[in-house]
Design a protein around this ligand. Structure first.
Ligand SMILES: NC(=O)c1ccc[n+]([C@@H]2O[C@H](COP(=O)([O-])OP(=O)(O)OC[C@H]3O[C@@H](n4cnc5c(N)ncnc54)[C@H](OP(=O)(O)O)[C@@H]3O)[C@@H](O)[C@H]2O)c1
Length: 384
């Protein structure tokens, strides 16, 4: 039985992770979890998982209430509480379903403590991919991806990892896939939150509309599969039925095909890939029924070129790319900036940054903070 510490239990991935664990109670034992502001979800989770002995909440002010209500449980708070939760709960696996930069330190802490990390928090690898891979190379812990695209690639490579021409990450195109760039000028947060295929947290839904999510996935693929940037490409798959593909040197493609449902890749990650699965082989993409492919036009989404720069130049560029995006996304959601300003702000911050090679966590954190301050000034000063 795998013992689990679930970070971000109240979110979209966290809730679906709980669904998978409840369907397979013989295999998983939840020992610890965290929530952010949605503390009302704690009671329901505890009803399902009586073995939980450690909980982290974001807001210190709510601690005394919960400590009184559940005297047998140890409570932690804030960012540091997430690290204490990982160490003190002593679970074998940490599922990181946090959103944003806040997920990076827990990933590092989990690996340093030799945990298996089921990683949904994309920002960990975008900001700290180089640092995390160094820890893995020293034999510290293990990462299994949760993202559907990377699980699909992992499945294909587990069947055949020889003579690879490239991996191809599929993109749904997000909420605005049928609009021209000119039509993107006045789109609203409410329109951007209306994703055609997936029901996800707010930030990743906006990231899908801007294509920053695809940028993140290209960066993740680079670090997870040790692939040079030239061997990672993208394709539009409008109904999200093909989760990603591997193209081999003989011209054949292997892919994972199926209804979009995050519980499948989550289950694959929780079982560390040790479950039955199927991939499909084809030498002609057009022949695959019920799937619609279209070329991914990287000129329409210039932010993808920045992701490739982040991979090539490494250092603190990932921290800048991520922090600029996080702040800009929340400013857009607050109606402070227009949609296309998100991309402009990332571009400005990445291109004006003086890169620092091989950063440690403290350096990444400082660059994250400075970039956020810069974005706030840009947003408040209207100075783009
Ligand atoms: N959703 C998907 O289908 C999907 C698919 C692939 C990858 N991902 C990735 O998975 C991650 C999670 O995405 P999501 O869609 O599940 O996001 P979400 O629904 O917004 O959930 C995020 C979780 O993190 C918690 N959280 C946020 N900020 C926190 C902080 N400062 N301290 C402590 N906890 C905090 C939230 O707590 P509260 O809600 O209680 O405040 C919530 O539990 C992201 O990196 C995303 O890109 C998501």
């Amino acid at each position: 039985m795998m013992t689990i510490c679930l970070l971000g239990a109240s979110g979209s991935i966290g809730t679906q992770t709980i669904d998978v664990m409840l369907k397979n109670p013989q295999d998983f034992n939840l020992l610890a979890f965290s929530v952010g502001h949605q503390t009302r979800k704690i009671r329901g989770i505890l009803n399902h998982f009586p073995n939980v002995k450690h909980i982290c909440i974001q807001d210190k002010k709510k601690l005394s209430y919960f400590k009184k209500a559940y005297p047998d449980i140890t409570f932690y708070d804030g960012d540091e509480g997430l690290n204490q939760l990982i160490v003190n709960s002593n679970a074998q696996m940490v599922v990181n379903a946090l959103v944003g930069f806040v997920g990076l330190k827990p990933t590092i802490t989990a690996l340093e403590n030799n945990k298996i990390v089921a990683l949904s928090n994309k920002e960990s690898l975008v900001v700290g991919g180089e640092y995390i891979n160094k820890l893995l190379a020293k034999g510290k812990g293990k990462i299994v991806p949760i993202d559907s695209e990377h699980v699909a690639i992992a499945k294909c490579l587990m069947v055949d990892d020889k003579d690879i021409d490239k991996v191809i990450i599929t993109a749904s195109g997000g909420a605005f896939r049928n609009l021209t760039r000119d039509q993107l000028v006045n789109v609203t947060p409410e329109q951007a939150l209306n994703h055609p295929n997936w029901k996800m947290g707010k930030k990743i839904t906006i990231d899908s509309a801007t294509m920053v999510n695809k940028c993140f996935e290209i960066i993740e693929a680079h670090y997870l599969f040790d692939l040079p940037v030239e061997k990672i490409s993208t394709i539009l798959n409008l109904n999200s039925y093909v989760h990603s593909l591997v193209r081999y040197n003989d011209g054949t493609y292997r892919m994972e095909v199926g209804k979009p449902d995050m519980r499948k890749p989550i289950k694959f990650a929780l079982y560390e890939g040790l479950i039955d699965y199927q991939t499909v082989v084809s030498d002609d993409l057009d022949s695959i029924k019920n799937t619609t492919f279209a070329p991914f036009d990287e000129k329409r989404y210039p932010v993808v070129a920045l992701a490739r720069k982040v991979i090539k130049e490494k250092g603190t560029l990932g921290a800048v790319f991520n922090a600029a995006n996080e702040e800009a996304v929340y400013a857009f959601l607050d109606h402070k900036i227009p949609f296309l300003a998100i991309e402009e702000i990332i571009n400005k911050c990445v291109n004006e940054h003086t890169n620092i090679a091989h950063p440690d966590y403290e350096t990444m954190r400082k660059v994250d903070l400075l970039t956020r301050q810069k974005v706030k000034q840009i947003v408040e000063g209207g100075n783009r």
